[in-house]
Each structure stands twice: as C-alpha cells, then as structure tokens.
Write a protein that binds this ligand. Sequence first.
Ligand code: ADP
Ligand code: MG
Length: 268
Amino acid sequence: MTSPVVDIDSVGHDYATRQGVQQVLRSVSIRAYPGEMVCVVGPSGIGKTTLLRIIAGLQRPTYGTVSVAGKVLNGPSDSVGLVFQDYSRSLYPWLSVLDNVGLPLRAGLSRVERLERSRAAIHEVGLDAAEAKRPWELSGGMQQRVAIARAVAYRPAVLLMDEPFASVDAQTRSDLEDLTLRVRDDFGQTVVLITHDVDEAVYLADRIVVLHGSPARVIAEIPVPFGPRDQLETRGGAEFARIRSQVHRLIRFGASEVLTSEEIPCVS
Ligand SMILES: Nc1ncnc2c1ncn2[C@@H]1O[C@H](COP(=O)(O)OP(=O)(O)O)[C@@H](O)[C@H]1O
Ligand SMILES: [Mg+2]
C-alpha cells in the first residue's frame, strides 16, 4: 500500500491561558496520500490554524506526532510549502515578484537553477509579465498567486494552505481555486487545505475531513468522487449539493445526531 505523505497521528493541542488550560485539538489523525487534495473543514475558532501550524512544524503538538514524507517533524521542514490567508503580510514589499518567489529556494542551487525554478513557478501561475513588479503594484488575487508560486517553486512534497482564498473577491477566488488544482496536477504536490468554506472544500477536495467540537476532533472523512472540476458544472450538480449538505449537517450537529452509519463513509 502507498505510504501517506502527511501522517498526522493522534495529535492533541492545549493552550495555557490565564483562565487555565484550553484544549483545542484532541486525538486528531489525518493522512494525505501522494497527489491527494485533502480539505479540512470546521467553523472559525475550532483549531484549524493551530492544526496547520503543527503540520508545518511551526508549533509542536502537545500530544501525538506529525510525519511528512516519512520523517517525524521536529521543526519546519523543507518538504512543506505554505500559503496563508493574509498575502499582504506574506510577501516582501521591497522585493520583485521574481525575488519573492526565489527567496526560499534551497541553498545549493546555482543562480541559474534558482532563476529557472522561479520563472517556471511564475509561469505556472500566469504572472510572467509581472515578474519585475513589486507586490504593492499587484491586485490581491495576483499577490496570492505570487504566494502560491513561492510555495511551489522549490517543489516541496506538500503544499499547506490556510484559508488561502478568504480575502479575495468571488471571481478571483474561483480563478485561484482552479489555479490550485492545476498546480497540484502539474507539480504533483499533496495538498492539505484548511477552510471554513464548505462549498470550496467540496469543489476542491478528493477527501474532506470534518472537524467538530471543543476540543476539536475528526468526526468524518468524506471522499469526493468528482473527476476534473468545472466551476459551473461541478457546483451545479446533484452530487455536489448532496455532499455539501452532508458536510453542513456534520459541522452543525456533529456525527451521531443526524447521520446513520452508512451516510458517514469512513469515520476515524
Ligand atoms: N497562541 C495561542 N495562544 C492561546 N490560544 C490560542 C492561540 N492560538 C489560538 N488560540 C485559541 O485556540 C482556538 C483555535 O484557534 P485557531 O487555531 O486559530 O482556530 P481557527 O483557525 O479554526 O479559527 C481559539 O480559541 C483561539 O483563541
Ligand atoms: Mg484560522
């Protein structure tokens, strides 16, 4: 059997607050397999960003372990590329698009290789004509495309995205969703995308992981059977509506109250 690229094993997280210990995540186990797009959904405040920071190696879990590409994480890993919601803070305003994208490229690459990789990533996101511009000369959607190019330029095995399209308008959001699918297909990344937006998760995911409760745990994993996606056709279909309503009910009521066991394909 194929090994998972991301293996989140029984992760729990507590924050120490002035009121005492706040348990945010409990026994969260999620696996993502090569080339898979896994979308983790849950409402605001449930612990999604905490989980993403743990998968990125930016924060240590209180319990459990995370392995990426077969190695247990002990800190940030260069197998992981990150895209956050707030593109305006993730790019360096004084650097050109080309230099922003090239910045994290691994030491050990020659200047020519760095340029080649940066330009390939910039081309992938359709920003060839803007490579000499500074981020503040670009629209929000274009800045987020730069952030995506930067995250994939050094070809990490995993792309982690935290609400990446939450700060752009609806049309730009659709464009960025399709761009993310294309980048995944062309560069072969395994993607873990975290969002509160159920429609976005159903549109993008090969598998949806639903978080629920406080502390949050995984209450369902829902495979999404669509082939190549199309914003109008996929979203307009009956299967889309069915999965969407299933995920909404899970988020709202949890697993046991509303679903029979056949309705939850796999519950961890
Ligand atoms: N650094 C921190 N210290 C203390 N509590 C935190 C910290 N970061 C997040 N929290 C708390 O953990 C919970 C989950 O936050 P977060 O992971 O940001 O959720 P989400 O991304 O789903 O909105 C919230 O109650 C938040 O206040
Ligand atoms: Mg968050």
